[in-house]
Ligand binder design. Structure first.
Ligand code: NAP
Length: 584
């Protein structure tokens, strides 16, 4: 061994693994702003197991999950791993990468030292009974996202991956381009190709939400490759050209419509009729873009709460709405009549298995997937790249950071068999929607989520509720809302719009969330609409208290807005219940 540590950009001879490596580390004592949480350190190069591969990282992709890892919220990934028996008191993130294989475990057969690879981010235990029995590893309880739920991701000179994660690097791509597409493209591949009879095929129509975003840009290209026609949804006409160059037949500006959001109740005749008018005109716009009266066979969903009702409505009879996220909220409302009478499918989808990742990568190898890399950063800028994401100031498209590559633009050594246009995003384009919640927030299972039942003594919600609503406007500052909370000694404030409708709730938890990675002044200056939990769980004043308790505990909520004739009139909280059942 010639040197125990090599400087970045200075690669050891093939197969020679130095004892130490440079890496960007997150430690628990500096959780917070990405620019402070990520620090450069030198650590021991990890050793590998029999089914693992050590890759010299040339470039890494940037994803939102490591903004959450930096904040240490909502999951402290280091503590979670320590609890699982892993000793390291640090986290090396990074769930996308390109690099060169430097060492392989004895059971690895798909790559050899010296191979140029990209890596997918799915890991599972090969000894899991489900996986051994041939089950889809995506359903294995051992499934983890490499570089978020596991240590030794790609933000270091060397990363430790399972053999199946390595796939051939497209020769025509630079290191940074190759590091940027796998997570989103593989997710989009499973969504479009992983669901049996509803998988996309030649001649189908696909409606793609967020066409200029990470997932959407991949979905347009995957749909095109199979011979399907796609209609892309975007928030501005300046993104039309980008989506059309990627292969969309046409685009729709979602800001031309205003019926988004949760479905009005079916008993609310006026509200439902208004929604129906909006969604019908949206459907007619799809026909106009297609030039024929056809409904989408597949709707590619991730905004969730605000768009699912429309997605289900416009989907073709027997078609599928496939969803992998709820960027705008998690309560998807569905008019079941359209679901069962027209026999549509609402399908959840999460990342992809190794077979699907490789099927996707075949397209990338042929040149049929442009990585849509919007910005690459130097090694030094890794924390800044995450800070931009945290502050919602990052461009659309996929971002990457150089690790071992000495400069931008290196690593391309061939031409693709098919050359496609390289579209560029509109100048100055940055994200406008708040950051999505992390996809790996632990979900309660049935047992944990069981609703509590208290004895029904005839008490009604109106007997205990607080009359009157303490509310704020959506554009009130967080500072103002916090003062109301403190002055009135309440735990949550209802957000009411100009029509007097409750549109959300700002709770103490939302306040704590808003403060993560921000100074007190920055958090105070934000608007209530940016931090509120959208939508409001309601109950009628005449509901039995026992039913309201079951509703709150079953849905893990602390309070309900009380309505009378569908108008908010008060709030009932678990504190009120405790006061009655124990305090009295
Ligand atoms: P992205 O690059 O931010 O793109 C999402 C796009 O959705 C936005 O650019 C925006 O485009 C559009 N959008 C935002 N709010 C919307 C709303 N209310 N209604 C309609 N469209 C809206 O993000 P991404 O990489 O595509 O990822 C999208 C989501 O999927 C994220 O939550 C991400 O965490 C999740 N994800 C899940 C998996 C998985 O395996 N489960 C994998 C990857 C990503 P316009 O403003 O132009 O409409």
């Amino acid at each position: 061994m010639s040197k125990p540590l090599y400087e970045l950009g200075d690669r050891p001879p093939l197969g020679e693994v130095p004892e130490k490596m440079h890496a960007w580390l997150i430690r628990a004592d500096r959780f917070g702003k990405p620019t402070e949480a990520f620090q450069k350190e030198v650590v021991n190069t990890p050793s590998i197991a029999d089914d693992e591969v050590l890759v010299h990282v040339m470039a890494a992709g940037i994803n939102y999950n490591n903004v959450w890892a930096a904040l240490g919220f909502p999951v402290n990934v280091i503590a979670a791993r320590n609890k699982g028996g892993e000793p390291e008191d640090f986290h090396i993130g990074g769930s996308d990468a390109s690099g060169i294989v430097y060492a392989i475990g004895k059971d690895v057969t798909n790559v050899k030292v010296g191979d140029e690879v990209v890596m997918h981010c799915g890991q599972w235990n090969r000894n899991c009974e489900w996986v051994k029995g041939g089950g889809d590893p995506m359903y294995s309880p051992s499934f983890k996202i490499w570089g978020y739920e596991t240590n030794y991701g790609s933000f270091a000179q060397y990363t430790k991956v399972q053999g199946h994660q390595c796939m051939p690097k497209p020769k025509h791509m630079t290191w940074e381009e190759a590091a940027s597409y796998t997570l989103v493209a593989a997710t989009a591949w499973r969504m479009l190709h992983g669901w049996g009879a509803n998988s996309i095929k030649k001649g189908d129509v696909a409606l793609i939400w967020g066409g200029a975003g990470g997932l959407g840009s991949m979905a347009i290209q995957i749909a095109k490759a199979v011979g399907a026609t796609s209609v892309a949804m975007v928030s501005g006409e300046d993104k039309f050209d980008y989506c059309m160059k990627l292969g969309a037949k046409g685009c729709i500006n979602r800001n031309d419509f205003d019926h988004w959001g949760m479905l009005p109740h079916w008993k609310d005749n006026a509200g439902y009729a208004k929604w129906l008018k909006g969604v019908r005109s949206f459907g007619a716009k799809i026909w106009e873009v297609l030039g024929e009266k056809r409904a989408p066979n597949v709707v590619f969903e991730h905004p969730g709460e605000s768009t699912i009702p429309s997605s289900i409505f416009v989907c073709e009879t027997g078609g599928m709405v496939v969803v992998c996220a709820g960027t705008s909220g998690y309560n998807a409302t569905v008019d079941l009549r359209y679901l069962w009478m027209r026999q549509k499918r609402l399908q959840g989808s999460h990342f992809a298995n190794a077979v699907q990742c490789n099927e996707m990568n075949e397209l990338a190898l042929q040149g049929l997937i442009d990585p849509c890399m919007s910005r690459a950063f130097t090694y030094e800028e890794l924390p800044v790249a995450h800070q931009l994401m945290h502050d919602n100031q990052h461009p659309h498209g996929n971002m990457a950071v150089l690790i071992g590559a000495a400069d931008f633009g290196l690593g391309a050594s061939g031409k693709p068999s098919v050359a496609i246009a390289h579209p560029t995003l509109p100048k100055g384009d940055v994200h406008t929607t708040p950051a999505p919640y992390p996809m790996s927030t632990p979900l309660p299972g049935i047992a944990e989520g069981e609703a509590l039942t208290i004895t029904d003594d005839g008490t009604k919600v109106r007997d205990l509720m607080h009359h009157g609503i303490i509310s704020c406007a959506p554009d009130d500052t967080v500072g103002t809302v916090a003062k109301v909370m403190v002055d009135k000694e309440i735990h949550a404030v209802v957000v009411m719009d100009e029509q007097g409708q409750a549109v959300g709730v700002v709770s103490q938890t939302d306040m704590v969330l808003a403060r993560q990675g921000r100074t007190p002044d920055e958090a105070r200056a934000m608007q209530a609409r940016a931090i509120m939990t959208p939508g409001c769980a309601t109950c009628d004043a005449d509901m039995l208290l026992s039913d309201a308790v079951s509703l709150m505990t079953g849905r893990r909520m602390h309070r309900l807005v009380v309505t009378e004739n569908d108008r908010p009139v008060g709030v009932i909280s678990m504190t009120d219940v405790v006061r009655k059942i124990i305090g009295e």
